[in-house]
Write a protein that binds this ligand. Structure first.
Ligand code: ZN
Length: 280
């Protein structure tokens, strides 16, 4: 009798120990699965483990990396043969088509790849990247620059003033055509005014309202902006940011530093600029 009772007590003890061990092991495994899922939320296999471990956990998007390096940005205006002595400003803003073509060949020979701000946004920035920008949307971009870019499978950014359309400037169908090819269309406001001196309400209108006009023409999001005549102040930069632009260029001379993506410097290219002195 005594022996039997002792056996029963021992058996009960064994069962209790097994139960406790089992519960402990189960909870430990469950925690490990949760931890693995939390550590690898971006991969598919982890996502399915996560789904098994805890159905209520929403999928987590992998973090999008922000590019914060430096890229040379060239600033062009007219691509045309122009030597009017009475218009020194116009001459200073012009690069001949022959010289422009030679500059593109030089960049290719040095292994440079032309990219756009859309590439920068996606963090697709090859080691030798360069951004070519063209201010004001002049018709000669369509006539003289675009064919040379296309011939070499190169790209660029064209800053359009939405109120300047046709005549000296590209019209909507030309803007649509270059955008379809892959030229990025950026905003250069509605009427090219000095944003630092007009009222903030007017500046807001110039910055914000030009964006959907261009998006309607191109069918693509407009993420880049260019300050007319390079004029801006803190309030203007805040308006540009609040309108949803990711990148904005100034006329400040130098290599663009993308830690400050809304006040990017550029290299001004004039009729006599030797780009070999800027771009090695
Ligand atoms: Zn301009």
């Amino acid at each position: 009798m005594k022996r039997n009772r002792k056996n029963i007590v021992v058996n009960i003890l064994i069962i209790v120990v097994m139960l406790v061990t089992g519960i402990f092991a189960y909870s430990k495994t469950h925690q490990t699965i949760k931890k693995v899922a939390a550590d690898n939320t971006s991969s598919n296999s982890a996502a399915s483990v996560s789904a098994q471990a805890d159905i209520a956990t929403p999928p987590v998007e992998p973090p999008r990396l922000t590019y914060t390096g430096k890229i040379p940005i060239l600033m062009y205006h007219y691509i045309r043969d122009y030597t009017d002595q009475g218009d020194p400003i116009g001459v200073g803003l012009s690069v001949s088509p022959a010289k422009f073509a030679a500059q593109l060949d030089y960049l290719k020979s040095k292994g440079y790849q032309t990219i756009t701000f859309r590439d920068v946004e996606k963090n697709i920035v090859p080691a030798k990247s360069i951004i070519l920008t063209f201010d004001d949307g002049y018709i000669d971009f369509y006539q003289n620059a675009y064919p040379e870019l296309k011939k070499r499978q190169m790209t660029a950014v064209s800053y359009i003033v939405t109120g300047f359309n046709g005549g000296r400037y590209m019209n909507n169908s030309q803007i649509k055509e270059i955008a379809s090819y892959g030229i990025e269309i950026g905003s250069h406001t509605i009427s090219h005014q000095n944003l630092a001196t007009i009222s903030l309400a007017k500046a807001k209108n110039e910055i914000t309202d030009s964006q959907p006009i261009l998006e309607n023409i191109t069918g693509k999001p407009v993420i880049s902006f260019c300050y007319p005549a390079g004029k801006f102040n803190d309030a203007v930069v805040a308006l540009v940011k609040n309108s949803g632009y990711k990148y904005a260029t100034t006329t400040k001379n130098g290599l663009a530093d993308f830690t400050d993506p809304l006040i990017l410097s550029r290299y001004r290219i004039g009729p006599d600029t030797n780009i070999a002195s800027l771009i090695k």
